[in-house]
Design a protein around this ligand. Structure first.
Ligand SMILES: [Zn+2]
Length: 270
């Protein structure tokens, strides 16, 4: 078990969901754990607790973009982390990685919303690292390369994570695959991709108007890219009781690899 890597989905929903949490997840390796986004509020604290992840054990956070459903939870994570550190409950730092816009938003929230005593710990207990398109990060045994997904609505970074065993996990953030990122996504072992809803429900949920796509679209893309495993997230929640079954069936009709439509708190062995 010790050398297994796993993905724990803390949330699987899009921005406006109420029946699950916003999309965010952890990647655990033998040496580290990376939290990717933190959802839209202090629900992140509940999700971490339910997943039995101690907040003080989170030392690395990657922010994809500064939309509310991804970044506000990060404020909660760093706030509680600092409180733990000031009480002597954690002895290492919290590293937060994001592009210039994400860090601008995070710094502004910190400045306007957190008490001075906590603010003072930015730069000591909490370190904010600005990343650029194509930057590589070594996070213990996890190697990450960030890439700009070239969103037309909000600057957003995805990443390619190389796991200790060499497997490649590509996270596209919460927008559809952009061919400019082929070098990262092609032949990946794992592709994490948004699907707002079923293709059959496109007229109800109107994904294309929101810079999102359907399960069928994501599955066809995964097939074209030759990825081995497709994880679908950032969905609507009106069909959540049957989401796994319905979305899996639609994806499998267009993609020959393994399909994962996780529920909140589900763990996938990588
Ligand atoms: Zn989102």
């Amino acid at each position: 078990m010790n050398d297994t890597c796993k993905l724990t989905m803390l949330g699987t929903g899009s921005a406006l969901v109420t029946k699950c949490y916003n999309t965010c997840f952890t990647i655990h390796t033998p040496q580290t754990m990376l939290l990717v986004d933190a959802g839209g509020g202090n629900g992140i604290l509940a999700q971490l607790e339910k997943a039995e992840i101690k907040l003080g054990d989170v030392h690395h956070v990657f922010i994809t973009h500064a939309h509310t459903d991804h970044i506000i939870g990060v404020l909660w994570v760093l706030r509680i982390f600092i409180q733990y550190a000031l009480r002597g409950m954690v002895d290492s730092q919290l590293h937060i990685y994001g592009h210039d816009k994400s860090l601008l938003v995070l710094r502004t929230m910190i400045e306007l919303m957190l008490p001075a005593k906590l603010q003072k710990q930015i730069g000591t207990i909490v370190l904010l690292h600005e990343i650029k398109d194509g930057d590589s990060l070594s996070i213990e045994d996890l190697n990450l390369t960030s890439f700009d997904i070239l969103s037309t609505k909000e600057k957003q970074f995805g990443f390619l994570a190389v796991l200790p065993d060499g497997k490649r996990l590509c996270c596209l953030g919460d927008e559809p695959y952009n061919p400019a990122n082929e070098q990262y996504a092609k032949d990946a072992d794992w592709l994490l991709a948004e699907s707002f809803c079923l293709y059959a429900h496109r007229d109800i949920f109107k994904p294309y108007e929101k810079s999102h796509v359907t399960v069928k679209d994501a599955a066809e893309q995964a097939e074209a890219l030759g990825v081995k495993n497709l994880v679908i997230y950032h969905t609507e929640d009106k069909n959540i009781d049957r989401r796994k079954e319905l979305y899996t069936a639609e994806a499998k009709a267009h993609y020959n690899g393994n399909v994962f439509v996780p529920e909140d708190l589900e763990t996938i062995i990588l």
